[in-house]
Design a protein around this ligand. Sequence first.
Ligand code: CMC
Length: 429
Amino acid sequence: MSEERATLNVGDDTLDLDLVPGTIGDTGIDINRLRPTTGRITLDFGFANTASCASKITYVNGEEGILRYRGYPIEQIADQSTFLEVAYLLFHGELPTAAELASFTEEITHHTLLNEEMKKFFDAFPKSAHPMAILSSATSAMATFYPAFHNPVDPYAVSQSMIRLIAKLPTVAAFAFKKSIGQPYVYPRNEMDYATNFLNMMFSVPTEDFEVDPVIARALDVLLILHADHEQNCSTSTVRLVGSSRANLFASVSAGISALWGPLHGGANQRVLEMLAQIHEDGHDYEKAIARAKDKDDPFRLWGFGHRVYKNYDPRARILRGFTHEVLERMGADDPLLDIAMKLEDVAMNDEYFVERNLYPNVDFYSGITFRALGFPVRMFTVLFAIGRLPGWIAQWKEMVEDPNTRIGRPRQVYRGEVLRDYVPAEQR
Ligand code: CMC
């Protein structure tokens, strides 16, 4: 609590409000007593001014373009850490010792197999099924295999569910992909690291030897790190909200995957690639895309641009911009869509509409080109985002469950409908 206070005058009522300062960043005005004292509530569309919790996991400063996991700058983490180490850090708050990391990695590695019965589940989907639909359903279905681990306040059950989710989501994703292209499922290999194993399940076939390029595996690991958490975004808030009803971790994460699928959130990475391909097809007509993005009657947006919190360059996009170049160069590849992306960024950043609104490239703008360079099809992009975001969802869910201030998430509304009417039978309407 801060010594500073806020005062709110509503009609004849005056309410003295506590301030809850962050260790860094925003200070919250605690309005817990607002309705009981004044009979009034707040109205905040899209929760743009509302903190739903106090958290110690991730710090974002949107004005300065800063992102830190548990206090560590994303630039250092992306450069020096690994995805599983980041998952440990997000869950436990501290970097693991070598022994702790080894045991955490071993536990995850030993849970990568899916129950064989799950294979029938994949068969039930049409070949054309979007992998995000499969990922969300399979995550929910996983709960049916582990009913003994549903209790959200049993630390052992939670830690087992956490391990299983991190271990199995890549297997689910790779099976969904294999199903979509009519190839046999490739089982996980426990001697491989997390990213290598995933790439092997995605791209190897039983008929020939396949070796995962370590450069590609490291690039994928970095991409997953960059997506690992982003405080109270739409999907994370969904995971917390669902979990606040004491729903199990599988159910909560499944809801988060559905939220991520939307094109304003993680689904934007697929839209970015489609947009760049369209610009390519249109003979590099940047102005057409820019004009459509500005047209309020057109649902099209400049995908991969803008952010609720960042009013500056998204630090993840900044890392990815250089990283994408590096990955393409090291693979000896060239992608005309990268040139198109850079030119589009240049055009947008010099356009008054984007400048006035502080619309900068976000993480989704360059991630897709890198995913593509690594060999992933466009429809898998949001799935990759989900695999990356999973540790963040779990860490936030766990923090929510352990927080004594948590109550079931249940917003209020300002009712603006009809006040009271008498029912009119159909023949009299
Ligand atoms: N293209 C064109 N106009 C835009 C864009 C865009 N990409 N983003 C925002 N605007 C405009 C918007 O129309 C509004 O204009 P006006 O003031 O004239 O009404 C203004 O900028 C403010 O935008 P907003 O929609 O009110 O901002 P928001 O905070 O509610 O939405 C956003 C944030 C990310 C949903 C939005 O910027 C957007 O739709 N971007 C494109 C989709 C995208 O790239 N999403 C990925 C977000 S980052 C990673 C993730 O979360 O998954």
